[in-house]
Design a protein around this ligand. Structure first.
Ligand code: 4AD
Ligand code: MG
Length: 465
């Protein structure tokens, strides 16, 4: 091989002018190979684009023997001249001069042989599916969205605040925590009351994986002003739905001096920014997903970016559902926690727009939310999206020490003194929300199942890799 610097496939396909007629070097994996006894065409993909680069092997220059190892899935290095393509389906191609095979892939055993494997099949081969066009498109969009999250908050002067993954508190109080322990499970130490003696455990107390970084995030916001977290979150809910994972990523901004209106404004601006970022920077991938899975995807994304979200109190939402005349699986009355069918009715059928639902009954929301003057509802705000349902959950927080203390006692929460200190010393009105990152990726990619938008999904009875 000659000493030529490697160029990424995306560059050669999207920006070929400076390379046409020149010798280039590409490296990647073979997606397919076809041809006849005079010429062989190889589709080479290096992950930089959903598009593969066509390599033309003239069999006057290369023998069958040379190409024997160039099978679907094999990894190769090719050098040759970039030329405008005569054929349909690509703008440029490489006329190969030299070939090196790094690793072959046995056609008898390599699982990703043909195009169009089902998503279910690919989920069983999750360790290899990043090599498919569909999944690599999802992963590039996922990356772009993660970058957009950081860019949005950084440009607004928010600080990225790292909250712990192992914690001794339960933010959402839903009892859905994974316990972290080094105690011997077959020989648990017990105390005088016959209960497990956690003083013998690794941390000297019971500890779990976090369900949310919010409580610690509030400590950050009441010192730095505006912060956000972006990290893994763990929930042991036994929810086998296309919208739940046991391990997912959450973005949680928390802002001192923000009231509920400011919080809603930020949530709307933030989510539109992210979607717009993907529309601008992931054109090829979104186009590919639209073509193969979901024709209406680009239209739906633009619609969300271009329209104001509806803002509606929960009580009004319940009235609309009651008056809809629709037979829901779960009956509607004031006080219920909305099911996905209710959320989607409001968004997809009634308003045909994203909805921010506010002021939920206090009984169905977490202890930290600010109580309204009616004494019955709290300043919660859930953002509901078409196809997804709840994409963001947030609220203004209770800043009054006495009221918050009463809620903590009512719920029987222990060890919360450090949290109550934010209200004891220099308490301020403040608000925040949590965006489920995979639900955002789900929306932007148009995928149907949340297990298809994270590289290694964790869900009940599944912990591969
Ligand atoms: O509504 P949640 O439970 O809110 C909180 O955790 C707050 N502490 C957030 C805050 O105010 N800082 O979760 C927030 C979002 C949901 O709207 C949803 O998008 C996502 O996290 N989410 C999940 N995503 C995937 N799988 C699960 N099991 C999820 N549970 C929540
Ligand atoms: Mg919620």
């Amino acid at each position: 091989m000659k000493d030529i610097r490697r160029t990424l496939v995306a560059k050669l396909i999207n920006d070929p002018a400076e390379y046409i007629g020149k010798e280039v070097d590409v490296k990647g994996w073979v997606r397919s190979r076809r041809g006849n006894k005079y010429v062989q065409f190889v589709a080479l993909n290096d992950g930089s684009s959903v598009k593969s680069l066509q390599i033309v092997f003239d069999l006057a220059k290369f023998s069958e023997e040379d190409l024997k190892l160039v099978t679907t899935g094999s990894s190769i290095n090719v050098q040759g001249t970039l030329v405008e393509s005569q054929g349909k389906g690509q703008n440029v191609e490489i006329q190969a001069e030299a070939l090196k095979v790094y690793g072959t892939a046995d056609p008898e055993t390599y699982p990703l042989q043909k195009k169009g494997h089902s998503l279910e099949f690919l989920r069983e081969k999750a360790h290899l599916r990043p090599r498919t066009n569909f999944f690599s498109a999802v992963l590039r969009i996922r990356h772009a969205l993660a970058y957009a999250v950081h860019k949005f908050f950084n440009d607004k002067g928010f600080y990225y605040f790292h909250t712990p993954l192992i914690t001794a508190s339960d933010c959402e109080g839903a009892g859905a925590q994974f316990q972290v322990t080094t105690l011997p499970l077959t020989d648990l130490p017990v105390n005088e009351e016959g209960k497990i003696d956690y003083s013998k455990d690794f941390f000297g107390k019971m500890a779990s994986l976090t369900v949310s970084g919010q409580l610690e995030g509030e400590l950050g916001a009441t010192a730095l002003g505006c912060i956000y977290t972006f990290g893994p979150t763990f929930r042991a809910e036994n929810s086998n739905t296309p919208r739940h994972l046991s391990e997912f990523w959450m973005i949680e901004p928390e802002m001192a001096f923000y009231e509920i209106q400011d919080n809603m404004d930020l949530a709307e601006e933030f989510i539109k920014y992210c979607i717009n970022y993907a529309l601008e920077h992931c054109k090829d991938d979104i186009e590919f997903l639209a073509e193969h899975f979901d024709k209406e995807l680009p239209e739906r994304l633009r619609f969300v970016v271009e329209n104001d979200f509806v803002r509606l109190p929960y009580t009004e939402g319940i009235r609309i559902l009651e008056e809809s005349g629709k037979k829901f699986e779960f009956p509607v009355h004031w006080g219920i926690d909305l099911a996905s069918e209710h959320e989607r009715y409001l968004v997809e059928e009634h308003f045909k727009k994203p909805v921010i639902l506010t002021d939920y009954p206090k009984e169905i929301k977490a202890f930290y939310m600010k109580l309204n003057d009616d004494g019955k509802t709290v300043r919660a705000m859930d953002v509901l999206f078409p196809k997804i349902g709840e994409i963001i959950g947030g609220s203004q927080r209770e800043e009054d020490l006495a009221k918050l203390q009463a809620r903590v006692d009512e719920m029987g929460l222990e060890g919360m003194d450090w949290y109550l200190d934010t209200r004891r010393f220099g308490s301020v009105p403040h608000s925040g929300f949590g965006l489920g990152f995979e639900r955002l990726v789900l929306f932007v990619t148009g995928m149907q199942n949340i297990r298809d938008v994270i590289p290694f999904p964790r869900y009940p009875k599944n912990c591969e890799y």
